[in-house]
Design a protein around this ligand. Sequence first.
Ligand code: CP
Ligand code: NVA
Length: 302
Amino acid sequence: MKHFLKLIDLSSNEILNILDTAAELKKKQKEGIAHPYLQGKTLAMIFVKNSTRTRVSFETGIYQLGGHGLFLSGKESQIGRGEPIEDTARVLSRYCDGIMIRTFAQQEVETLAKYATIPVINGLTDFAHPCQVLADLLTIREYKGTLRGLKICYIGDGNNMANSIIVGGLKCGMDVAVATPAAYAPHQDILDFAATVTDAAFTLTTDPMIAAQKADVIFTDVWASMGQEQEAAKRKLDFTGFQVNDTLLSVANKGAMVQHCLPAHRGEEITAEVFESHADEIFDEAENRLHVQKAIMYLLMK
Ligand code: CP
Ligand code: NVA
């Protein structure tokens, strides 16, 4: 693994290796055992879109590994004034040891990786949110003891989260069922990938109750992602019926988990009741961003 750009690029073993490394680093951190494996190294963190979790968990994570996180906002750096990504890649490669980027187009991240001589990590694009989904998989494994054979379902927009859950889930041997309105299906590349998988089942439907049937884990995400704010009102109408609520949970398996990458919009994609009754799982999921990203940085930058 040279970069961490999207889960399609990773083998199942590479994904499981990140989860195992994350679990080890988490244990060390909880036991107060220092683990400064990236002493003296700098991670440049480019944020063209907003963030709370990704910024704090990467910055804290690289610090705990003995390194330094450098925050670069799209607006205040030359990136916001149109300096080509190819040049940014080559410049940062002369100073830093890794780059984390959150931006709009997946192509920008791919170009950055092509021109950088240091590892590049995708901290969210319109296409993928691979760090988040590894945190989700770690959380599920902690609660359920395994991944293979479980059924996960995703309800809502076929966005970056949906795309990454489908790939991450299937690569870990989980059955994946997704319910979106017809006009909001996941990316075609993801559906093409899902069609090649033979050792786990993939279902795409427009009926949330079908997707949630006998699910062990229920995921959702906002109906309007960053950059889609002006579509929020239309989306609210288009996603009517795609809410994670008690009725939906009643057809899932007993003890089903609920996961949400956050930030959440209570009363839209999830009810306040369901959110609060699964808050422990959801905030464990948020915490696990720290541990999986430390594992990714360690494996790429050591
Ligand atoms: N889930 C997630 O990526 O959160 P932030 O947008 O706060 O980074
Ligand atoms: N789909 C959301 C995820 C936020 C972490 C977005 O892209 O805004």
